[in-house]
Design a protein around this ligand. Sequence first.
Ligand code: JD8
Length: 241
Amino acid sequence: MQIDVLTLFPEFFAGPLDTSLLGRARETGRVRVDVHDLRTWTSDRHRTADDVPYGGGAGMVLKPEPFFAAVESLYGAVDARPRTVVLTPRGHLLDQRRVVELAQVPALLLLCGRYEGIDERVHVGLAHDELSIGDYVLAGGEAAAYVLIEAVARLLPDVVGNTASVHDESHAQGLLEYPQYTRPASFRDMDVPEILRSGDHARIAAWRAEQAHDRTRRMRPDLYRRWRDDRDPDVGQPAAD
Ligand code: JD8
């Protein structure tokens, strides 16, 4: 997969993209991430990428021209651009379903804003998707773009030991994880549950399923309802007349 990123802060990505999962994925050629400095496509001597908002108000807005010029120089034409995602607090909430879908495309272009955001013509003219990573306020799209890259990259064939662990994940699809333990069996008066040391794989599987259900119901009633309704679409709310 080819991932291009357009940003005013390319240095933001240097550290995270070289870490283990993504570093290895990049070395072995599963994913190529090219981070581009938006200022490359500014045209004045100060390399201005932002301007004051029409209509007034605080802060600055990223100009449309550098985004369109970048797309035309990278892909030849606006119509030739890959699947293009703007990271923005007004976007659809990113979830694993969307990550799985994006992991299936051959190329992505991620647009990162800063300040008060990006000129609306970029959203209208370039974005296939507008995505947000959560309901809290970041200073720009870079951290969100990194989150998306990591979530997508770990699904690409052979990126980690992903065959086993990513499959296991789809098995428990929609529930939170059960608790994990490693040695020692007893640590600071906290013991590993006896069942996990019993070697009885049927009882272990049942215990893990129960833990996953209970935790999801307590911590994330929203996820729990969706999981339950996806399995048993028939039981539950009576039809509204
Ligand atoms: C992009 C600028 C800063 C600050 C309005 C837009 C995503 N889940 C998320 N939270 N925040 C962002 C995000 C924030 C951004 C930009 C993404 C570009 N900002 C805010 C307040 C005023 N701007 C995000 N994805």
